[in-house]
Design a protein around this ligand. Structure first.
Ligand code: IPE
Ligand code: IPE
Ligand code: MG
Length: 217
């Protein structure tokens, strides 16, 4: 079965910086470099959609300087992006600082007709919030079928989530794509996100291709 849609929980940026005696905020720029390497290799391996967890609803509890460093990284990426990917966001974008929200709208609009890999970025995103939102829509439309419910999720329109990868050594989902991962293959990697490279992506995809997915049958 091909790997159409892979998601990355990009954890370990702060620890990567701390290990180099750098401020935690420096880990996010290094994380962006890793993201570019990972996406390029995913595209080479014919993955269609890459979802990434960039900022959770719970991350709002982080110190202001750390949040600003994450948002600036996202903003710089958005405002300078000039490639073939179609870039989408999921999460409460209106709840972000105005300059960040503007950059999100700008890049979504700019890449809307692009035909390359889809990069789906979870920003100010929480899986619980997304499910509650979908419930409200299902109620409004009086449609409680699986298809009807799924049309209310932020991931609506994307292919089924085949695999979830978490770097940084923790074995948890931290409120990421809780509904979508029902039958995803899970990968937990000890490496910190900024250390991820093309070989790591190849190893994940090779292992995925070797796994037997049964879907309960
Ligand atoms: C994950 O990296 C990315 C975000 C939360 C934005 P962390 O900042 O959680 O890095 P660690 O896990 O503390 O090393
Ligand atoms: C998950 O990492 C969120 C992102 C990678 C954006 P966290 O570092 O916030 O998760 P916990 O706190 O270890 O569960
Ligand atoms: Mg973390």
């Amino acid at each position: 079965m091909p790997l159409n849609h892979i998601a990355f929980i990009m954890d370990g940026n702060g620890r990567w910086a701390t290990a180099r005696s750098l401020p935690r905020t420096m880990g996010y720029a290094a994380g962006l470099d890793a993201l570019k390497r990972v996406i390029a290799q995913c595209a080479k391996r014919d993955v269609k959609v890459v979802s990434v967890y960039a900022f959770s609803t719970e991350n709002n509890g982080r110190p202001d300087n750390e949040k600003r460093a994450i948002f600036d990284t996202v903003k710089n990426f958005n405002n300078s992006y000039d490639g073939e990917m179609k870039i989408l966001y999921m999460g409460e974008i209106d709840g972000l600082p105005e300059d960040v929200a503007d950059s999100v709208r700008y890049v979504e609009d700019k890449t809307a007709d692009n035909k390359g890999l889809i990069l789906n970025i979870a920003l100010n995103y929480g899986g619980k919030d997304d499910i509650i939102h979908a419930c409200k829509l299902a109620w409004d439309h009086n449609d409680f079928t699986v298809e009807g419910f799924e049309s209310g999720l932020a991931s609506c329109g994307l292919p089924a989530l085949d695999a979830v990868v978490r770097t940084g050594g923790e074995k948890r989902l931290s409120n990421f794509m809780l509904y979508e991962c029902a039958y995803s293959e899970l990968f937990f990697i000890d490496k910190l996100w900024p250390d991820m490279n093309e070989d790591d992506v190849d190893a994940i995809i090779d292992e995925f291709e070797g796994r037997t997915r049964k879907f309960g049958k």
